[in-house]
Design a protein around this ligand. Structure first.
Ligand code: AMP
Ligand code: GLY
Length: 426
């Protein structure tokens, strides 16, 4: 069959790489793709606006049997609805179900209604009201733009002044545009974070192995919030007991709660958790694979991904056997352009890609890259996800960093401590 992947990041390169291993697949297309994806798929620059009309028409003519949507923005804009309206299979939640990620207020209401553990919160549209409440309450708090902000719309308010400024940045200065038409202010949760990813057809949920990303830009989890500077799997903080607890108390109540309000959720549910002393609590939902979590999850999956994705769309996941996993571990170290997540340069020549890929266990997933005159150039904030699979986490991390050492481009920024929390447990 012909498969179309939507997106251009490291997650999408990993999806294309995994899908290409399926014996069911004839040809893979990607819109828009990047330099790494272009080595295994045909990349097309079709527009993703105008209700996806041109894209769906092209998909019909190219006999696309399955479209896999990587990022949240087209999901929240209704890309799955557009394909479905023309009788085409697209993997991911529809527009209404994607609110679980696209509106933090929607997610919080669902959590509270279904008794799922999460931080206490309140939603505001009025800055004066929000600031008055901050002054009357305890800090620290977390101030969050309600809508989609590429993982950057969450501002910690450690002091009243900081929290007040965060409210102004979001509600008054509109730093995140319409995503900041309202803010969610939450109490702080203390503990270790972990990501929990499941595939679901709206009823049955198939969990992935655990993973954890590093969201902060600099070593020691300092600096600014980014889309993610690295990831590893498994995340030892998710013990078998916690896994069972999260499935029973978080995942199924969420999926059943969505079905109960007429928003059945199909696709990837990614639950961001804080493992507190009082047990796991939900920090956020995402309605797609994490990036860079996908870079460590998909290489560990032994089973064919394609029939699993189709079963999610068809509502037949209950007939699907448990997926098989490679034993061992995976680590991904992101190489970013200096300055990311703020301003950065692009167009720098990347050297050493082949040398890195020749290292045992290493695969280099491209994010912001483009090909020009036979060279691969940087073309975004996060540039590469250097990923390694190995017998254990320590060796996976070591191999990934060996890969990083083989690669260079001007002003590259890399965290040197990916996985330190997990290693600290040994
Ligand atoms: P979110 O996008 O809502 O997951 O927030 C991004 C990051 O901010 C999370 O991964 C946490 O590191 C941090 N964060 C968000 N909300 C809280 C909270 N209530 N308590 C502690 N940390 C938080
Ligand atoms: N790495 C976090 C995310 O994909 O949202």
């Amino acid at each position: 069959m012909n498969i179309l992947v939507i997106g251009q990041g490291g997650r999408e390169h990993t999806l294309v790489w995994k899908i290409a291993q399926s014996p069911l697949v004839e040809k893979i297309y990607c819109v828009p793709g990047n330099a790494g994806i272009a080595e295994i798929a045909e990349c097309l620059a079709l527009p993703l606006d105008n209700k996806f009309a041109e894209l769906v028409t092209w998909a019909e003519s190219a006999r696309i049997a399955l479209t896999v949507v990587g990022p949240e923005v087209p999901l929240a804009a209704g890309i799955v609805d557009a394909f479905r309206a023309r009788g085409l299979k697209a993997f991911g939640p529809d527009k209404r179900a994607a609110q679980l990620e696209a509106s933090k207020d929607f997610a919080k209401q669902l959590l509270i209604k279904n008794g799922i553990p999460t931080a206490a919160y309140r939603t505001y549209v009025d800055a004066a009201q929000a600031i008055a409440d901050i002054k009357a309450r305890n800090v620290p708090v977390f101030v969050k733009a309600n809508g989609l902000a590429a993982g950057k719309g969450v501002i910690p308010g450690r002091t009243v002044a900081e929290a007040t400024q965060a409210v102004k940045t979001i509600l008054v200065d509109k730093a995140f545009g319409a995503a900041g038409d309202s803010v969610v202010i939450e109490e702080e949760l203390i503990g270790e974070e972990a990501s929990f990813t499941v595939l679901t057809d709206g009823h049955t949920c198939v969990p992935f192995v655990s993973s954890q990303d590093h969201k902060m830009s600099h070593d020691g989890d300092t600096g600014k919030n980014t889309g993610g500077m690295g990831a590893y799997s498994p995340a030892p903080v998710i013990t078998p007991e916690l896994h069972a607890y999260v499935m029973e108390r978080v995942v199924y109540p969420t999926i059943n709660g969505m079905a109960a309000i007429g928003c059945p959720f199909k696709g990837v549910l990614y639950v961001g958790l804080m493992i507190t002393d009082a047990g796991p609590k939900v920090l956020e939902f995402n309605c797609r694979f994490g990036d860079p979590e996908a870079q460590v999850l998909l290489p560990r999956l032994k089973s064919d991904l394609v029939p699993m994705l189709i079963a999610c769309i068809d509502g037949t996941l209950n007939r699907y056997a448990e997926p098989e996993w490679h034993a061992g571990a995976a680590a991904c170290v992101v190489m970013a352009s200096g300055g990311y997540p703020d301003l950065y340069e692009t167009g720098e020549v990347i050297h050493g890609l082949l040398e890195a890929a020749a290292i045992e266990g290493v695969t280099v997933f491209h994010a912001g890259t483009k090909r020009d005159n036979g060279q691969v150039l940087t073309d975004g904030g996060r540039v590469l996800g250097v990923t390694a699979v190995a017998e254990g986490l320590e060796s996976a991390i070591q191999q990934a960093y060996r890969g990083v050492s083989a690669i260079n481009f001007a002003d590259a920024h890399v965290r040197s401590d990916i996985g330190y929390r997990a290693l600290g447990r040994n």
